[in-house]
Design a protein. Sequence first.
Length: 129
Amino acid sequence: MIDMSPLIDCVFILLIFFIVTTTFVEETGVEVDKPQAASSVNLEKQSIIIALTEEGEVIFNEKPIGFSGIQPLIRRKLQREELPVIVEADRSADAGDLMRVIDEAKIGAMAAGKPELKVSVATRKGGGA
């Protein structure tokens, strides 16, 4: 009979390695009804995720930061490393509020010396019309 215990040990070591090295995308923790997209690209693993609710609240890490908190947040985050910004806007959120969030993020990036900052709007997957 063949001894299977070394093979099982290798499988468990590989399993532990993949569990430890896996990076998960963090959501904002706020339930947002995202609009459906005709085409989409997956989220980057490391990113600054800002939520915009239907009521116009701006939230980061489950805490309301308001429009005035976006620029300092972006400046602080971009000092450590260059991360893309993803805005999770509720489908019923005001388009003007969405543009203001994007503008505030870009102004914060320019103040941090990163004018080439990528700002994306999160959507849910869906088929085109």
